[in-house]
Design a protein around this ligand. Structure first.
Ligand SMILES: [Zn+2]
Length: 519
């Protein structure tokens, strides 16, 4: 506020006395209008000229910043006002003036110029599908010729912003136009400057991640650059950011099948795992509350562990779904997962007494959405390969869904209220996972009994079957009660039916002192 007041004063001082149409006076008037819902008492041409003049203003940082900010606001208001739409149309002719500011020595000007230029580009694409040549030209030049520095950073930032805007609109055709225009440039940049410059690298990762969604070739570059950065980038925050970028890409739904970006990523990630990539991944000690203190129990940065874990599990799921299910693919999947558990185990993601099925629920229990994704992926892997795994094989691969379910219940302290929270949360797909698991349980009760016995052997005081049965029974009663009062947020009939069936069978198994073969 104070800053704006100061700017306003400065503008008043700069306005030459007596000149009623000084560009600075127009900017000042426009600024006042932007605070209310009004429009200046001038024609669109004059306003646009003042805005462009302000961006050009040599040496006047405040005037330039104000003009750039007002351009952004003008474009925002063009959606609801004919007058501002007219100003926007005239502004577009001078997009080159904004783009020229990408190379400004002042960081604030570079940032505001990239922001307002992106808004102009989005406006133009949305309204006419056209691109002012100055913007792609500047980006292409920055990607192919300039050394790392402010200009390529501003171009990358701007390109990411425009792509995000189009992806939000779901304008597939326009995204395709941009991807075609910039794919080669971005790949050239990836090959040239990385990862020496941390800021440029992070921006480029964002861009490649966006491009990867639309182009398998970009997905290959994104996967290669990110996997290499996770292992080799000199700074930890870059390594972690690359891991998170890979995780997001791995979780993206893939309409294009194996040939799509996500299929390409899965193949690249598993190739890397086979080539011992995990050994190059360092994970920092966990910090307290985001500070610099170190955890005393030797635990590691769980965000990084989860990102790597989800990348490998989702990739294994994609691969299992895309190749023939046979003994060989089952054995290969077990090798990939085994590498992951070996990576996670010494980093505190497993109690020593538990077998490898315990890694996944323990690692993911703190983060509900990641946990549900991982559990769903592991269940899908098992269902795909179950014909080729015996019970012990699944546990040896750390991929037995019954164990995952039991370990997960243990991780939430067998507390039905936490399960209910997950079921009504909109942020996870826990309902989908639970329904899938309970349906699977109908077909394999003996498997659950075997998992219970295994867990009891590892922790004799626990009685996993008794606890699981009690927890599911309490959950069923809780949901039934809420539904009766009209407080359960969705139709729960099939879930309740599955829970009733599961608890009845668990109770029968418990009363009989465990399951009998064939039950
Ligand atoms: Zn197991």
């Amino acid at each position: 506020m104070n800053k704006m007041k100061k700017t306003s004063l400065l503008l008043s001082k700069m306005a030459s006395p007596g000149a009623s149409v000084s560009p600075v006076a127009v900017l000042e008037e426009l600024y006042e209008c932007s605070l209310g819902a009004t429009r200046p008492n001038r024609d669109a041409e004059e306003v646009a000229r003042a805005l462009v003049g302000g961006v050009r203003a040599p040496g006047e940082i405040d005037v330039c910043c104000l003009a750039l900010t007002l351009i952004d606001r003008t474009l925002a208001r063009s959606r609801v006002s004919r007058f501002y739409r007219d100003v926007a149309e005239i502004l577009l002719r001078d997009l080159d003036v904004l783009v020229a500011r990408f190379g400004s020595e002042e960081q604030i000007i570079r940032h505001l110029a990239a922001k307002s230029a992106s808004s102009c580009v989005l406006y133009q694409l949305r309204h006419s599908g056209a691109l002012h040549p100055a913007w792609p030209h500047a980006c292409e030049q920055a990607f192919s010729g300039s050394p790392a520095g402010p200009r390529p950073d501003a171009c990358l930032w701007s390109l990411c912003r425009v792509l995000r805007g189009l992806l939000r609109d779901e304008s597939k055709e326009l995204v395709r136009v941009l991807v075609t225009a910039f794919d080669a440039g971005a790949r050239a940049l990836a090959a040239r400057l990385l990862p020496d410059d941390a800021d440029a690298f992070c921006l480029l990762l964002d861009l490649l991640e966006l491009l990867a969604a639309a182009s398998p070739e970009s997905a290959r570059v994104h996967a290669g650059a990110s996997l290499s950065a996770v292992g080799n980038a000199p700074r930890y925050f870059v390594r972690k950011r690359a891991a998170l970028s890979l995780k997001r890409a791995a979780l993206r739904p893939l309409p294009g099948g194996e040939a799509s970006g996500a299929g390409v990523l899965a193949a690249a990630a598993l190739d890397a795992v086979a080539a011992d990539w995990l050994a190059s991944v360092e994970v920092a000690p966990a910090s307290f509350f985001g500070g610099t203190g170190r955890a005393r129990d030797g635990r590691r940065d769980a965000t990084m562990l989860r990102a790597v874990g989800l990348l490998v599990i989702k990739s294994a799921e994609r691969r299992a779904a895309s190749v023939a299910a046979n003994d060989q693919s089952a054995a290969e999947t077990a090798v990939y997962l085994g590498s992951l558990w070996r990576f996670l185990r010494p980093k505190g993601a497993r109690h020593d007494e538990d077998h490898d099925c315990g890694v996944l629920p323990l690692l993911f229990a703190e983060q509900d959405d990641d946990m549900t994704e991982a559990a769903k992926a592991a269940l899908a892997i098992f269902l795909r390969l179950r014909e080729h795994w015996r019970q012990d094989d699944a546990c040896a691969a750390g991929c037995n869904p019954h164990c995952h379910f039991l370990f997960f219940l243990r991780a939430v302290s067998w507390d039905q209220r936490l399960l209910l929270d997950l079921l009504i949360s909109t942020e996870t797909c826990f309902l989908e996972y639970l329904v899938r698991y309970l349906r699977f349980l109908r077909t394999d009760r003996r498997g659950l009994a075997a998992s219970c016995r295994r867990m009891d052997a590892e922790r004799p005081a626990e009685d996993a079957l008794e606890r699981a049965a009690g927890c599911l029974l309490r959950l069923r009663l809780l949901i039934a009660r809420l539904r009766h009062k009209g407080l359960f947020p969705y139709k729960a009939d099939s879930l309740l039916k599955l829970l009733t069936e599961a608890t009845r069978r668990l109770k029968a198994g418990r009363d009989a002192g465990g399951f009998c073969p064939g039950q």
